[in-house]
Ligand binder design. Structure first.
Ligand SMILES: Cc1cc2nc3c(=O)[nH]c(=O)nc-3n(C[C@H](O)[C@H](O)[C@H](O)COP(=O)(O)OP(=O)(O)OC[C@H]3O[C@@H](n4cnc5c(N)ncnc54)[C@H](O)[C@@H]3O)c2cc1C
Ligand code: FES
Length: 289
């Protein structure tokens, strides 16, 4: 029997990775053909939806699909999470942003926290393919919230875990693990820090005295994703840059993280209101900063 023809932006697979995280795969031949590690797309689920950026976590050029891993933390991610296999997304713009600069650096440490693992995975994979020794440090609040553990293990030379409650790996933060590896005389030629801004800021502070080049993937609020609206402006080495077209990756030692964290809170009250009474605002990401 002939398979039904897929339509552009149709959901082909959907998977629940843990209680708060979903993976969605979409038929998007043009994006799948061009996608590179570090890039993202902007989704508009329905005609009236807002635009939200999500990293391309993996892509399959044969199946012509792209996959995204996301947490349902507010109105738009919940709207995306309600889509079922066969349904279509109104608009998917991408691939957007610059690809990660990957080459053989020597030894690379990839430090990822929470959902940042979905963003870090393609970067770690390409680092390995480029010949680097890859040391991965993964963190989450608790055991249940880790994602992509098998996938990361398959492309890393060493993997370390840290959980806030000690249910997986070392009790504490990914930054504690990094500090202990440096204390054990591990030498890193480059570090990638991908996760909540506060985590990336702490990692930058740890690597700075050792002059370990450190790249952070920034997640400011984005609207057009094309450098025109100014929503995603960040300050790098004292200069304004737009994360959507100049990033999303920047030299972590030059990022004004305080400003980024402050700006991410800009619409906190509106975001809370729009999902009330669904989750009563408790999951609003900005309260976690
Ligand atoms: C380049 C980039 C890549 C990203 N990749 C992923 C990913 O792979 N998986 C994932 O789960 N999340 C990712 N995010 C964050 C994701 O875009 C937000 O979680 C999402 O927009 C929240 O929308 P909401 O309506 O569900 O929640 P809301 O309740 O509206 O917002 C919750 C929080 O999400 C952030 N946010 C809200 N709107 C936007 C927006 N338009 N742009 C950016 N951040 C916003 C703010 O910090 C806000 O406080 C990425 C963000 C950027 C900038
Ligand atoms: S999202 Fe509009 S300038 Fe970057």
């Amino acid at each position: 029997m002939l398979k039904p023809k897929l339509e552009i932006n149709q959901v082909t697979e959907k998977e629940q990775l843990n209680s708060v995280t979903k993976k969605i795969t979409i038929y998007a031949p043009d994006i799948a053909a061009k996608a590179k590690a570090g890039q993202f797309v902007i989704f508009k689920v329905n005609e009236d939806s807002e635009r939200i950026p999500l990293t391309i976590s993996s892509w399959d050029q044969e199946k012509q699909t792209i996959s995204h891993i996301f947490q349902e933390i507010g109105f738009s991610t919940m709207e995306l999470g309600r889509l079922e296999v066969g349904q279509k997304i109104q608009n998917v713009a991408g691939p957007l942003g610059n690809a990660s600069e990957i080459k053989n650096f020597g030894t690379a440490v990839v430090v990822c926290g929470g959902l940042g693992t979905a963003v870090a995975y393609p970067v770690a994979k390409e680092l390995k393919e480029a010949g680097n020794k890859v040391i991965t440090i993964m963190g989450a609040r608790t055991k249940e919230l880790f994602i992509l553990e098998k996938e990361m293990a398959a492309i890393s030379d060493e993997v370390y875990f840290a959980s806030d409650d000690g249910t997986k790996g070392q009790k504490g933060f990914v930054s504690d693990v990094l500090k202990s590896l440096i204390a054990k005389n591990y030498t890193f030629n480059i570090a990638f820090a991908i996760g909540p801004p506060i985590m990336m800021s702490v990692i930058a502070d740890i690597t700075r005295p050792y002059s370990i080049k450190t790249i952070a993937s920034l997640n400011p609020i984005m609207v057009d994703g094309m450098g025109m609206c100014g929503a995603c402006r960040v300050t790098i080495a004292g200069k304004t840059q737009f994360a959507c077209v100049d990033g999303p990756e920047f030299d972590a030692h030059q990022v004004n993280f305080k400003e980024l964290i402050q700006r991410l809170k800009s619409y906190c009250n509106e975001e809370k209101q729009v999902i009330t009474p669904q989750v009563n605002g408790e999951n609003c990401q900005c309260h976690g900063h």
